[in-house]
Design a protein around this ligand. Structure first.
Ligand SMILES: C[S@@+](CC[C@H](N)C(=O)[O-])C[C@H]1O[C@@H](n2cnc3c(N)ncnc32)[C@H](O)[C@@H]1O
Ligand SMILES: [Zn+2]
Length: 258
């Protein structure tokens, strides 16, 4: 694990410093233990009511994991057909695009990319308008396969991507490696950020908070305030209830739920 990451990591339960445990995981002074799977700390809290069922799958798979480069498709939140597609894709010829990203692309890039499922030629890395820097810490909450992490790392940031999906985080790690990007990834929950206080210069989150309850969003906001430096920046994107797109979808549903 990168040294700078260990310096800013904290127990998500007690917010205390962590050290390496004998079995290759991380431990806090109060006895909490977090496994590390293929260099990725898995820092979800078992006792928390998870925001997605696949967080449970991530924790279970992390305990079973061996370092065999598995795709963890069960923790991606995809349909059975999509999971089969990933596995078929992965077992075929070596591809330029990671098999998981090839199928996650519609979940992270919206319906505009639906026709691209299984057909991507390049990673769709978005333009991130942030000041160039050297070594400031950028936290991407709900990073999934890490498209914004890549964009931030290319602007000189030390990037930490966090998401409860083990499969998405492992895809992010593979993509970063393939693109020659330095970034750290953690399986974790926005409500219990596994970071010390006042260590992040830039908090970013795109299309995540609208999936959480109001109560959970309030917890996330207080966690963001805790980890952000006083002179730090926070940028959160989410649809607004009365934005053009939302009103369009509500009209289509004739203002019914679901
Ligand atoms: C629509 S995707 C957006 C992914 C990414 N931000 C992007 O723009 O490509 C929503 C993401 O939020 C993550 N998520 C759900 N609950 C979360 C939580 N409690 N903490 C952090 N991320 C969460 C999901 O796993 C998923 O990757
Ligand atoms: Zn602890």
């Amino acid at each position: 694990m990168m040294d700078w990451l260990l310096e800013i990591l904290a127990c998500p339960r007690h917010r205390t410093a962590l050290s390496a445990s004998g079995d290759g995981g991380l431990t806090c002074s109060n006895g909490c233990h977090f496994p590390i799977v293929d260099e990725v700390p898995v820092m979800l809290l078992e006792e928390a009511q998870q925001t997605m069922d696949l967080a449970h799958v991530s924790m279970r798979k992390a305990k079973e994991a061996t370092m065999d480069g598995r795709l963890y498709v069960e923790s991606l939140g995809l349909s059975d057909a999509e999971k089969r597609g990933i596995l078929d894709f992965a077992s075929g010829q070596p591809q330029a695009i990671d098999p998981v990203v090839s199928f996650l692309v519609s979940a992270t890039n919206g319906i505009a990319y639906k026709h691209q499922i299984g057909r991507l030629k390049d990673y769709p890395i978005p333009m991130l308008r942030i000041p160039r820097t050297v070594g400031k810490v950028f936290l991407d909450i709900g990073c999934n396969w890490g498209r914004w992490c890549v964009a931030a790392a290319r602007n000189g940031y030390k990037v930490v991507g966090i998401d409860p999906s083990l499969g998405a985080i492992m895809a992010a790690k593979r993509v970063a490696k393939q693109l020659g990007i330095q970034a750290a990834f953690i399986v974790g929950d926005a409500r219990f950020l596994p970071l010390r206080s006042s260590v992040v210069d830039y908090v970013f989150s795109y299309s995540v908070l609208q999936h959480l309850s109001r109560e959970n969003v309030a917890v996330v906001v207080s966690e963001i305030a805790r980890v952000l430096r006083v002179d730090g920046t926070c940028r959160v994107q989410m649809p607004t209830k009365f934005g053009v797109r939302c009103v369009y979808h509500q009209l289509r549903r004739r203002f019914r739920d679901g």
